[in-house]
Design a protein. Structure first.
Ligand code: PHE
Length: 349
């Protein structure tokens, strides 16, 4: 019978359907307004009453039956689609990342600066900062530099270009600071003794560069002022600092007389080589000692220039090269590496 055949045909197609699209096509083909089952009913007008009734019932039964089947299939496909989507979108937080996350590195100069600050903080010093662009008064004059001192000349100092520079007062003439000693004078003129400070910072010198000299490097200045301070105190503080820094109680220092206008007496300070323990090696060039800093007892003129009475005040100051300490600590053979931005170098820290 025609209706039964159509039903069978539709069921077979349903079985072979692969997706919602297929289902819609089947729905259209059999149940649609111009679908095959509806077409059948258009032929009813040629039939007798009894026959018509029977065919009508059959068509209705087939329509309902197929409708239900298609609806069920649709639901099954939708469920499947949902499952697939869920699987694709679900987040597995234990799944390993595509690429290992790259971590940054702390620059060796920053590591060393922090270590130095920590040791001096432990010894009771405060950490102070000062300007990198400085006037000549704080960088030179107040520090007792004679007007014609060679350190002021072109080979050492970066001068800031200014109109009619020669006519200006030293407080109005600017330079890139050549040392962190400018912080001594800035601090002393605005504070009341006793003082116990360290001041790290960048300094600039117009000079030929080599393995241990750069035109920009880092220093840390120290200043301790009170009554009855002596060279013995200076020596004890520096020795203790270096022993802590190199984690080596055998570190010794020696003072050699030297000249800096702002200290009297002034010293060049050597430390025993931590690589060979003073026996002599390539790092200390066989001598067993390495020059590490400048130091001395604060000159009375500096106290005066900063508005302090030198009568009962004594103190010491020192300036350490942070770059040099870092080179010794990590056995770095050339100062250029610090500012090279070379990742092969930086990744080691
Ligand atoms: N400012 C001196 C320099 O840069 C170092 C120093 C500091 C010397 C303090 C004595 C006292 O070379």
């Amino acid at each position: 019978m025609k209706t039964e055949n159509l039903k069978k045909e539709a069921l077979e197609k349903l079985e072979q359907s692969k997706d919602l699209n297929d289902l819609e096509n089947i729905e259209k083909e059999y149940l649609g307004k111009k679908g095959k089952l509806r077409e059948l009913s258009s032929k009813m007008k040629d039939l007798t009453g009894e026959e018509r009734k029977e065919l009508g019932a059959q068509i209705n039964e087939a329509l309902n039956f197929l409708e239900e089947k298609i609806e069920l299939e649709k639901k099954a496909f939708k469920l499947e689609e949902l499952k697939e989507k869920e699987e694709m979108e679900s987040l597995d937080i234990t799944f390993p990342g595509v690429k290992a996350f790259q971590r940054g590195h702390i620059h060796p100069l920053s590591i060393v600066k922090k270590e130095i600050e920590d040791i001096f903080t432990f010894l009771g010093f405060s950490i102070i900062q000062g300007p990198e662009i400085e006037d000549e008064w704080h960088n030179f004059d107040a520090l007792n530099f004679p007007k014609d001192h060679p350190a002021r000349e072109m080979q050492d100092t970066f001068f800031i270009k200014q109109k009619n520079r020669e006519e200006l007062d030293s407080r109005e003439k600017y330079v890139l600071r050549t040392h962190t000693s400018n912080i001594q004078t800035r601090y002393m003129e605005s504070h009341v003794p006793p003082f116990r400070i360290v001041a790290p910072g960048r300094v600039f010198r117009y000079e030929a560069t080599d393995a241990s000299h750069e035109s920009c490097f880092y220093q840390i200045e120290g200043l301790l002022v009170d009554e009855h301070i002596s060279v013995a105190n200076l020596k004890a503080v520096l020795e203790r600092f270096l022993q802590e820094f190199f984690r080596n109680l055998d570190v010794k220092i020696r003072l050699r007389p030297s000249y800096f206008p702002f200290v009297e007496p002034g010293f060049e300070v050597d430390m025993s080589c931590v690589v060979c323990n003073g026996k002599g090696c390539s790092i200390c060039q066989g001598g067993g000692w390495i020059e590490i800093l400048g130091a001395g007892m604060v000159h009375p003129n500096v106290f005066k220039n900063c508005g302090l009475d030198p009568q009962n005040l004594t103190g010491f100051a020192f300036g350490i090269s942070i770059d040099r300490l870092a080179m010794m600590k990590y056995k770095i053979d050339h100062i250029k590496w610090f500012h090279s931005g070379d990742l092969r170098f930086l990744k080691q820290f």
